[in-house]
Design a protein around this ligand. Structure first.
Ligand code: APR
Length: 179
């Protein structure tokens, strides 16, 4: 499913983000940036050990912030590491922090003049964010940034790892676009 936001194609696809041939893939990391499971583990496995070495030098990332590194053995030239909220810890702040993770990732992409970025579904795995709620926050934040902020992005993808998550994002996008 896709929609056009100005000059940018916003696309929802089912797949493994590590295979995406885009300028940057976004990693759903933790504050240490020292790797983990889920998409974090998959990205580090695909990028190789040099990614972890650079992450060590970056020195961490606050929840809702984003940091950029090289992509190493990935097809993507860069990895933008962001840290989403832990749903049952951040509770009332969770929507703001999740929106910030997407916004800061796009700010970093724009600062590096990137034209294509792929996101996973941040915080909806180990961090326990309900997928339908997360999808509305995620797509809302991305559409708001693309509509209002300066950037050179012609493609923003959400690469969803299973059918349930893809369906939740498709429903959320229909809701936002029809609104
Ligand atoms: N490609 C795309 N999406 C993926 C992939 C992949 N290769 N692997 C997992 N996912 C999906 C999950 O199915 C989920 O929908 O990414 C989404 C986010 O799940 P997590 O990876 O668990 O990320 P998150 O919920 O943000 O938790 C982050 O988990 O891996 C640790 O170090 C990480 O501590 C951090 C926490």
């Amino acid at each position: 499913m896709q929609t056009q936001i100005g000059q940018t194609t916003l696309e929802l696809v089912r797949g493994d983000i590590t295979g995406q041939d885009v300028d940057a893939i976004v990693n759903a990391a933790n504050q240490s940036l020292l790797g983990g499971g889920g998409v974090d583990g998959a990205i580090h496995r695909a990028a190789g050990p040099d990614l972890l070495a650079e992450c060590r030098a970056v020195g961490g990332c606050e929840t809702g912030d984003a940091k950029i590194t090289g992509g190493y053995q990935l097809k993507a030239r860069y990895v933008i590491h962001t840290v989403g909220p832990i749903y049952f810890i951040h509770l009332g702040n969770a929507p703001r922090l999740l929106g910030s993770a997407y916004r800061r990732s796009l700010e970093v992409a724009a600062a590096h003049n990137l034209t294509s970025v792929a996101f996973p579904s941040i915080s909806t795995g180990a961090y326990g964010y309900p997928v339908r709620k997360a999808a509305l926050v995620a797509l809302g934040a991305v559409i708001d940034f693309l509509s209002k902020q300066p950037h050179r992005l012609t493609l923003v993808q959400f690469v969803l790892f299973d059918d349930k998550t893809l369906a939740a994002y498709e429903a959320a996008l229909r809701e936002l676009v029809e609104a």
